[in-house]
Design a protein around this ligand. Structure first.
Ligand SMILES: Cc1ncc(C[n+]2csc(CCOP(=O)(O)OP(=O)(O)O)c2C)c(N)n1
Length: 193
């Protein structure tokens, strides 16, 4: 499965929601499919997209938050799974695209290429719902079911280590940061009013 196709398959679940992605290839792919002001592409802070998503989910319980993570990033911050599991926000969906590679910096193999099982680690960390989805249909269904279930869910999806030709996004980090903040404030206000 190509991650680009996987993102397209779940895009209907993403487009009107709060989304936080890791940097690099997957950010550029989602941006190309269709940027929204409520999408934030976390540059530089590798491993912390799930931590940021957790904070947003806890502070905006009326809104669903989706984190798009990578195997290399998650392996760098495995403690995030136990922290997520400790607070269990039902409005948080954590999707990990596992390409067994640090694709964005040249494609070096990660520990999932040599047997590390991220879904198993998520389960053992106490994440209440953990799914594995390796086809477009099962991924789209899992994402839909997870969002409907109001249960903290991690979905691990194996994808090919293939990314876009360029990671260029016509959206500087600061612009994305201000736009995202305003989008979340507007969502909060809408919910109050
Ligand atoms: C602390 C830190 N270390 C290293 C990097 C360089 N870096 C940027 S993206 C990336 C690889 C991310 O791998 P993964 O999460 O598996 O996503 P993929 O690139 O495969 O889509 C690395 C090592 C960084 N930005 N920050």
């Amino acid at each position: 499965m190509l991650r680009f196709d996987a993102l397209q398959a779940i895009y209907p679940e993403l487009e009107n929601r709060i989304v936080v992605t890791i940097m690099g290839a997957v950010a550029a792919e989602l941006y190309t499919i269709g940027h929204r002001p409520s999408f934030f592409y976390l540059e530089h802070a590798m491993g912390l997209a799930s931590s940021m998503g957790l904070g947003i989910a806890l502070s905006m319980p009326q809104h669903k938050v989706i984190v798009i993570d990578g195997d290399g990033s998650l392996l760098m911050n495995l403690g995030t799974l136990s922290t997520m599991a400790r607070y269990k926000p039902g409005n948080l969906l954590h999707i990990v695209f596992d390409n067994e590679s640090l694709l964005s910096v040249g494609g070096f193999p990660t520990a999932t290429a040599t047997g590390t099982d991220l879904a198993g680690i998520a389960r053992a960390s106490g994440v209440p719902s953990v799914m594995e989805a390796d086809t477009l249909e099962s991924l789209a269904r899992s994402a839909h079911d997870a969002l409907a279930s109001n249960t903290l869910t991690t979905i691990v999806s194996k994808v090919e280590a293939i990314g876009p030709k360029t990671f260029h996004m016509d959206l500087p980090l600061l612009e994305n940061r201000f736009q995202f903040k305003r989008a979340l404030e507007a969502m909060k206000k809408q919910n109050e009013g």
